[in-house]
Ligand binder design. Structure first.
Ligand code: ZN
Length: 136
């Protein structure tokens, strides 16, 4: 489940990167045209193109940095939701990933040890260690 969401995040940031690169390319074109207009003698047009070029460039660089930061933080903040399954009779505990329809005090299959019914006693988000971000 978490693999799917991180893949989607990567896809979105790739899409955004392409848009940003196009804007960056257009801003370079605007700067080139501005120099061209200046050489021709059209200083007003050159000034406008220069401003547009710089704003577009600044904006695209800013968006690029912001999206990188957000993508990085999203990767860290994607904890798994876990359910604790417990047998009230013998105290046997097991842990599994949260499944749709899980709720606290929901009765599940029979206990592996005493065959009494097991129950969900806790649902919580798993806290990931920061080590994983440096896993290369
Ligand atoms: Zn039991």
């Amino acid at each position: 489940m978490s693999e799917n969401s991180s893949a989607a995040t990567t896809r979105i940031s790739t899409y955004l990167t392409i848009i940003v690169l196009i804007v960056l390319g257009l801003s370079v074109v605007a700067l080139i045209l501005s120099v061209n207009a200046f050489i021709v003698g059209n200083e007003v047009v050159a000034g406008y193109l220069l401003i547009i070029g710089f704003i577009a460039m600044g904006l695209s660089v800013y968006v690029l940095f912001q999206s990188r930061k957000r993508a990085a933080s999203m990767k860290i903040e994607a904890p798994k939701v876990m359910s604790t399954v417990e047998c009230k009779k013998c105290g046997f505990k097991s842990l599994r990933e949260f499944q749709r329809g899980d709720y606290i005090f929901k009765e599940l299959d029979a206990c592996q040890k005493c065959e009494d019914k097991m129950m969900i006693t806790a649902i919580y988000k798993e806290v990931k260690e920061k080590e994983k971000t440096f896993a290369f």
